[in-house]
Design a protein around this ligand. Structure first.
Ligand code: NAP
Length: 332
């Protein structure tokens, strides 16, 4: 019987990327949907920006493989192109992006429509009104916010309350066993406001496979233009120490690092059942393996204790949190 864990989403930021030629192939992408279907996963995460080197190609691919018609709920984000998010959440920009996403996906309604990242050029009131408009038109089931600093999220919610706009019910942010920043202030705030947290990069974009630490990352995403920003974020002695501590605990037990990281986030992290875990994979067999690993259930206590130690160390270093600065994201 399936064990209780947060809702699993599959993230498609690599679909259509020039860095992953296989994922420009409709037949191969279709295989990912088969794996999701077999695993009972119905939620897909995408964005008008994805993949960062070919904006819109992920949604186009999802449209071509008829993901919506096959019963998947598609959750997407308002477009921000390049590395400048100024103006991306204006009324017109939100209207245009949502309409384009729906058409490209061949869908009449989105699951969650997110603001992808903060827009410091558009008044927050206009952003809240713009997202409210999409919700009131029935074009999405929920409004979500991704990557906003906490103060901005607070102001956004205050505006929704004042003006009677629909409030966001989901926040999407980075969270994994070495990126623990959200536990401190963000998660308590979300709990107080009845918002779910959808955790992206549960493997730190591949860092928690241990390959970068072991010097075996050649040929993986971390050494490509697409994943280099993850390598830049995580390639720090304290994170490598964390991975080495994890490896010492799991290798005698025959547990792979990706498995440990996913089982930790599913069963031992601060996430709850109504939250989400957004998996990433560029190979269908990795996705199948990740889904099977999660179903193995909680980790042995000795591994949980080691991850708790890692959490304390990371906390002392400032939480291992990453502010998503548009300029640090992958190139167009
Ligand atoms: N809101 C935002 O700003 C934001 C930011 C980042 C991500 N996201 C969302 O979250 C999704 C997932 O993020 P992510 O791709 O960073 O997730 P992730 O799970 O942290 O990293 C995925 C990478 O880990 C490696 N991997 C996965 N399973 C593996 C396995 N079983 N064995 C070995 N390696 C494995 C793969 O690297 P290789 O490709 O090298 O095989 C894969 O590309 C994205 O697609 C997107 O939908 C949102």
């Amino acid at each position: 019987m399936s064990q209780k864990h947060p809702i699993i989403f599959f993230g498609t930021s690599t679909f259509g990327s020039s860095h992953v030629p296989a994922l420009q192939d409709k037949t191969i992408v279709s295989q990912f949907l088969d794996v999701l279907h077999d695993g009972g996963i119905t939620q897909i995460d995408t964005a008008a920006r994805y993949p960062p080197d070919n904006h819109g190609a992920s949604e186009r691919m999802l449209g071509r493989v008829k993901a919506h018609a096959r019963g998947f709920t598609i959750n997407t984000k308002v477009l921000f192109a390049g590395n400048n998010s100024a103006g991306t959440l204006s009324r017109e920009a939100v209207r245009k992006s949502a309409a384009n996403s729906l058409e490209t996906l061949g869908a009449d309604k989105l699951g969650i429509l997110y603001a992808h990242t903060s827009d410091n050029a558009t008044p927050l009131e206009e952003q809240a009104e713009a997202l409210n408009e999409q919700y009131q038109k029935g074009l999405c089931e929920k409004i979500g916010i991704s990557n906003f600093p906490l103060d901005m999220l607070k102001s956004f919610i205050d505006i929704c309350e004042e003006k009677g706009y629909v409030k966001p019910t989901v926040y999407q942010g980075q969270y994994n066993l070495v990126c623990r920043g959200p536990e401190k202030k963000l998660l308590p705030f979300l709990r107080a406001h009845g918002m779910a947290f959808n955790a992206y990069s549960p493997l730190g974009g591949g860092f928690l496979t241990g390959n970068l630490t072991k010097g075996t990352a050649e040929g993986t995403r971390l050494t490509s233009a697409y994943g280099a920003h993850f390598a830049r974020w995580y390639d720090r002695p304290e994170f490598h120490d964390a991975v080495r501590a994890l490896l010492r605990a799991i290798e005698p037990l025959g547990i792979r690092p990706s498995e440990a990281a996913l089982r930790w986030v599913a069963y031992h992290s601060a996430l709850r059942e109504a939250d989400g875990i957004i998996l990433g994979a560029t190979k269908a067999e990795h996705l199948r393996q990740n889904l099977a690993d999660i179903e193995k259930g909680p980790l042995p206590q000795e591994v949980v204790d080691v991850v708790a130690d890692i959490g304390r160390t990371i906390d002392a270093l400032g939480g291992g949190d990453f502010e998503v600065v548009p300029a640090n994201l992958p190139p167009r």
